[in-house]
Design a protein around this ligand. Sequence first.
Ligand code: GDP
Length: 530
Amino acid sequence: MADQNFINEVHKRRTFAIISHPDAGKTTITEKVLLFGSVIQRAGEVKGRGSTGSFAKSDWMDMEKERGISVTTSVMQFPYNGCIVNLLDTPGHEDFSEDTYRVLTAVDSCLMVIDAAKGVEERTRKLMEVTRLRSTPILTFMNKLDRETRDPLELMDEVENELNILCAPITWPIGSGKSFKGIYHILRDEVLLYHSGEGFHIQERRVIKGLDNPELDAAIGEDFAAKLREDMELIQGGSNPFDEEAFLNGDLTPVFFGTALGNFGVDCMLDGLTAWAPSPLDREADSRKVQATEEKLSGFIFKIQANMDPKHRDRIAFMRLVSGRYHKGMKLRHVRIERDVQISDAVTFMAGEREMALSAVAGDIIGIHNHGTIRIGDTFTEGEILHFSGIPNFAPELFRRIRLKDPLKQKQLLKGLVQLSEEGAVQVFRPIVSNDLIVGAVGVLQFDVVVSRLKHEYNVDAVYENVNVSTARWVSSDDPKALEELEKKVPQNLAYDGGDNLTYLASSGVNLSLTMERHPKVHFAATREH
Ligand code: GDP
């Protein structure tokens, strides 16, 4: 039997990430969330450190200097409402990459932030697709109510129709823009009044209890009070009540309204997160399901960050603990390479600083120093042989042919590319009919990163050329003849990836659908398990 203290610690954990389109307010809400977690004294300290700051098409070395700092914000841990919350950063803007997708496979819930003036945007759609792979529970924050926004019912309709998830409003906005009065908390039956210009600190809650309270008419005006009562009648008839089970299954999202900049409504969302979001979930491995409260440690690597400290060229592998607890100096089994390794200097991310990890439990993230033996998807245990599933590669969306300036260095180039692809920085494809090397990425900045790292770490000068590839799929089939047929018909579209898996490189979406139609016995996968 695991001891009760340990079980309580695990149950306190809430590990989540934010999904949003650039500029919807992810950085701002992160600042406010950390403010509530008492991690930063004044909001406004996250911005400009580079976590989503704007890297122009920049020199990777400069960027890496900034990253040395911004990395401290890649995992943030703070206490709230008796819980220990882990917020994992999802690189957005130019540093959007496959890492962003993979972070979503390492959390137990997600917060979707939507700009209420714009509604559902493209990046959010993509990220929601990824959360669907594991039916991750989603909370929603409709942001920027201090500006003119779209009608809240219309916004929820759009989420329901476009993202295929039911909406259950928990708070409801009263007005927007200049006439934003506050929010009504439907479950608590109370109105919270908004005062502008107080976004930088934790405000006292100005509460009016009860929808029928005459004080409400006095506080926000009769017209707004009447409109709110009308809205609530509409909602009672027409929208979904909150249902915890449907939320946990990823079928329904509780919706909160507010303004991150004004730090208003964010605490209601955090209350919802700590009350309803799951504590660390059990996780499938190849041999069995591992329970979070098992005492023995197990975990998997979901991200490798290179060059955290430019002086040391160290790489940090981020491990999500699935079960058990970590303590300094413990010995762990690196399952893939069948070796025991002593972990004496893992880092945790308490309070936004890199600190020596004293202990961490299931749900937490630790960073371990990596000298090249750790890959994305690797499993660590206290000895048991098992592999966690569900940490995939995602089909790249951008492609370039890469060429050497000095053709004699082909070997180094290939070696560098394969290693960088094992780290998850990019993916590399070798067409079966040519000696080309094609690099695929999810975010455009990765191309610059790769050329810069090839130069500095492998001493090769490489340049890119355009290539007529728009998407990739990993192909497999139970019927060897079907694969042979594919190789005969479209050899020019086939390539091996960095792990020697056969891949179809399509010039367009239409080309892909046609090929899929013509080869019904071949499976075309948009993700590949490590
Ligand atoms: P990110 O790209 O999603 O991280 O978005 P940011 O947090 O950087 O926000 C993008 C811009 O929107 C910034 O100029 C913010 O100040 C602004 N912003 C964020 N939240 C709000 C809000 O609630 N109201 C208003 N008016 N602006 C906001």
